[in-house]
Design a protein around this ligand. Structure first.
Ligand code: CAA
Length: 387
């Protein structure tokens, strides 16, 4: 097994790191406080190809592979969790689903401008009463009598980039008697009549990634904007999340990496009882365990990306790999950022340093795109066949 990056992967890592350190790191704290959407840096990321890394060049993307996506996500998340959230949803939950299930016309219209960063894409699955139990949705789409369009009435919550998105992949029920098999996916244009942006969510972390409720009231969706077939929506939602979860694992690795690096620097400088605190065994144990968990999380995430690439040839599912990577990396990030706060003491708790932001940002990785409890359920169900 070769863990070396290819020349192309190395290049995207260098470009992402350079941009993250020079354009994102200096403004991350400011955006965290204001909660403002960082449109300027996101647009610049689009120009660098970071908003559609795996999207073929013919549809406006960078045309790179899954490992390139992971290395770039890690670099952006190392600078700021919020930027990496916006990048992740754009790349995977939005672009990936349309690339996999969309028609040529849908790819040209809905992927191209999002992959090149001209506009933002979002994914609307969750509803106020259905988070983990995703198929239990109430949003409804009814085909018009002449079959030309669907009338959609929907209430969606926790929509990442909802306040700024131009296009969304949205899921609604077309056959209420069919359970999960009655869900259909649609491509929605936020500038059309009937699209309403609702309440903004004030959040603990990733504060510059705007989140809001979305409502559709008698929204007319042309039948050509249905993604996949009627009833195929839940499978589309789940298979897209398989890809999304590798992105969240990468985000967790990036945040944990930042917390780890800051901790190593701090224990070499901070003195107590006449010596560097890094010379105390209790701190050494923390550093050793942080490093070990960080590297294990990184390997599991790279391994999931490699499995995804392999599965693109075989058509197999990589659900377990994505879930394992997200589960392990998110819990590692929470633990590592917790240790980082403890190592930094009062400074870890202070807004003068980014440590408390890493801690707040890490928490979401255990929650969105399927909680740790859901990941455990997915892995165990797939491994045992029992439910
Ligand atoms: N790929 C393809 N098909 C899949 C699949 C996958 N990964 N997962 C499930 N399916 C298929 C199943 O094979 C099944 O099909 P058949 O009936 O033909 O066999 C069908 O979908 C239904 O599957 P389940 O019976 O397993 O469905 P379930 O209702 O029991 O739910 C679940 C399974 C794992 C709990 C799922 O609901 C889930 O993942 N929940 C969490 C949802 C989630 O992650 N939400 C996050 C919201 S998005 C977000 O956070 C975005 C953001 O803004 C950042």
């Amino acid at each position: 097994m070769d863990f070396k990056l290819t020349e192309e992967q190395q290049m995207i890592q260098d470009a992402a790191r350079d941009f993250a350190e020079n354009a994102i790191m200096p403004v991350a704290a400011e955006f965290d406080v204001s909660g403002e959407f960082p449109m300027e840096t996101i647009k610049a990321m689009g120009e660098l190809g970071l908003m559609g890394i795996e999207v073929p060049e013919e549809y406006g993307g960078a045309g790179l592979d899954a490992v390139s996506y992971v290395v770039a996500m890690i670099e952006i998340a190392r600078a700021d969790g919020a930027h990496s959230t916006i990048m992740s949803v754009n790349n995977t939950l939005y672009c990936n689903g349309i690339l996999t299930y969309g028609t040529e016309q849908q790819k040209q219209q809905f992927v191209r401008p999002v992959a090149d960063g001209s506009v933002i894409g979002a994914y609307a699955l969750t509803e106020p009463q259905s988070g983990s139990d995703a198929s239990n949705m109430r949003s409804r789409a009814i085909l018009s009598e002449d079959g030309s369009h669907y009338i959609i009435n929907a209430k969606k919550s926790w929509i990442t980039s909802g306040p700024v998105a131009k296009y969304l992949v949205l899921f609604a029920v077309t056959d209420p008697d069919a359970g999960g098999k009655g869900v259909t996916a649609f491509l929605i244009d936020a500038e059309q009549q009937g699209f309403i942006r609702g309440k903004m969510e004030p959040k603990l972390g990733i504060r510059a990634s705007a989140t809001c409720e979305i409502e559709l009231v008698d929204y007319r969706c042309p039948v050509e904007h249905r993604l996949g077939q009627e009833g195929e929506g839940f499978k589309i939602a789940m298979s897209v999340l398989d890809v999304g979860r590798i992105g969240i694992a990468s985000q967790a690795v990036g945040i944990a990496q930042a917390a780890y690096e800051a901790s190593v620097e701090y224990v070499k400088e901070r003195k107590a009882f006449g010596k560097e605190i890094g010379a105390f065994q209790m701190i050494q144990a923390k550093i050793a365990d942080m490093k070990t968990r960080l590297e294990a999380a990184r390997l599991l995430t790279f391994s999931a990306a490699c499995k995804k690439q392999e599965c693109q040839q075989t058509g197999e599912r990589f659900t377990v790999n994505g879930s394992m990577a997200k589960l392990f990396a998110s819990e590692a990030a929470m633990w590592i950022t917790h240790q980082a706060v403890q190592i930094h003491g009062g400074m870890g708790y202070s807004k003068e340093m980014p440590i408390e932001r890493y801690f707040r940002d890490a928490k979401i990785t255990e929650i969105y795109e399927g909680t740790s409890e859901i990941q455990r359920m997915v892995i165990a169900r797939m491994e045992t066949g029992l439910r």
